[in-house]
Ligand binder design. Structure first.
Ligand SMILES: Cc1cc2nc3c(=O)[nH]c(=O)nc-3n(C[C@H](O)[C@H](O)[C@H](O)COP(=O)(O)OP(=O)(O)OC[C@H]3O[C@@H](n4cnc5c(N)ncnc54)[C@H](O)[C@@H]3O)c2cc1C
Length: 389
């Protein structure tokens, strides 16, 4: 069965009645590539037997990076909700690949929204076609949630900025051609496009992770790393605002990614419950197993509707910060529970089979990355209290 299901198709029809055929065709074409080329190699990306590089390049060749970007840069110009659903499908095919691609695309969105015309002209086409890979460098060894408190500095000197400091837990680091780096100038946190290689740019050893093992994560170190003045993105001192805006969109996509992980774990649990027998019947006949099936199905549908709802507000130009965070908190916690239930349904085989427990290991990242559940609950409550005032 394809990862692009009749349920996905029905939702595209409901959310985009006038253009559903066109959008479904794009999703269907991407998902048949994922079915054939990504899903089968996913266990090997987790075990390290294969590298993400070639399948990710092939996926970009299929147009995965083009979906939400305007046609003037070579994109398909499709709505954000369609892009989010593409990432959901990719999350089902391989969560690490989806993480790598969504962070790359979040940087491309940042360049599109806050970059200068010459930055867009130089980088966007190569980025969205996958010829240049991007990395988002905000978190530091001593500041994550409190990212505004960054220690990395960018000092302006004769036509260039000199960056010193380091960034921690950076996805795609070492592989990327472009880094969106946040560093403090005399006016506050600012944002720069740093092209690799650069003599002042170095990387720590690859970090060993619980999950998302196909994606690469490193510390990024800047030692007198010089970037031309024209690589400043937007205005000096506005970097924290740009980071927040980029992350609001990325949270919708992370919610979609987690719905994708849950969908895969659920499918495996359902199949196993129907064939595994205990006490003379299939375990799917026991009510306590059925409760897990029902709860996971409710969670997947609710998570999907929440990310589509936040996407629609983003598409209409409204304030979607609370809804994006709601979708992320719900979908990441839901998928963690769905993957845990899938392990439980598989019994001892769940605990000892990589291809079952890797989904929980993958899902575990995203109640932390791109805004922890605690911090996002703060953001949601602050926003909702302000709306009620
Ligand atoms: C595999 C991986 C990939 C990543 N990729 C990237 C990337 O590409 N780019 C990037 O910039 N970053 C990346 N990150 C970093 C990630 O976004 C941060 O880990 C995350 O924002 C949390 O920051 P922290 O780890 O410093 O935790 P901290 O901010 O130190 O938080 C520790 C704990 O304290 C809680 N806490 C903090 N403040 C509050 C508060 N006010 N109220 C209640 N609780 C609070 C947190 O919720 C958390 O539970 C990645 C992380 C990982 C693990």
């Amino acid at each position: 069965m394809s990862i692009f299901t009749p349920e996905h198709r029905k939702l595209i029809q409901m959310f985009h009645p006038a253009k559903h055929q066109e959008y479904s065709d794009v999703l269907s074409s991407l998902s048949s590539f994922m079915d054939k080329e990504i899903l089968p190699v996913s266990p090997k990306l987790d075990s390290g037997e294969e590298s993400i590089v070639l399948p990710r390049k092939a996926l970009f060749t299929q147009g995965m990076g083009l979906v939400p970007f305007p046609s003037e840069y070579g994109g398909l110009g499709l709505p954000f909700s369609v892009y989010a659903m593409a990432v959901e499908l990719l999350g089902t095919a391989d969560a690490s690949m989806a993480l790598s691609v969504e962070i790359h695309n979040a940087v491309a969105e940042g360049v599109l929204r806050f970059g200068s015309e010459s930055q867009r002209a130089r980088h966007l086409g190569p980025m969205i076609s996958g010829r240049k890979l991007a990395s988002f460098a905000l978190t530091e060894p001593a500041s994550g949630s409190d990212a505004g408190n960054m220690a990395t500095t960018a000092e302006k000197r004769a036509g260039e900025y000199v960056i010193n400091g380091s960034k921690m837990f950076i996805t795609n680091a070492g592989e990327a051609d472009l880094y969106l780096v946040f560093a403090k100038t005399s006016k506050g946190p600012s944002c720069f496009l740093l092209e690799s290689p650069n003599p002042g740019l170095k990387f720590g050893a690859e970090l060993k992770k619980l999950g998302m093992r196909g994606s690469k994560t490193h510390e990024v170190i800047f030692s007198d790393c010089r970037v031309p003045e024209e690589n400043l993105v937007g205005e000096e001192g506005k970097g924290a605002d740009y980071a927040k805006e980029i992350l609001h969109g990325a949270r919708i996509v992370v919610a979609a990614l987690n719905v994708g992980i849950a969908q895969l774990a659920y499918g495996k649990a359902l199949a196993y419950a129907r064939q595994r027998r205990a006490f003379g019947r299939a375990i799917a006949d026991f009510q306590l197993i059925r409760e897990k099936v029902a709860d996971t199905k409710i969670g997947i549908n609710a998570g999907r509707l929440l990310y589509l709802y936040a996407s629609k507000i983003k598409e209409s130009g409204g304030d979607y910060s609370s809804e994006a965070s709601q979708a992320k908190v719900y979908a990441t916690e839901m998928s963690l529970k769905a993957c845990d239930d899938a392990i439980q349904i598989h019994g001892g085989y769940g605990y000892t089979t990589d291809d079952i427990h890797r989904h929980w290991r993958d899902a575990r990242l995203l109640t932390i990355g791109e805004g922890t559940s605690e911090v996002l609950r703060m953001l949601i409550s602050r926003r909702e209290l302000a709306r009620a005032a």
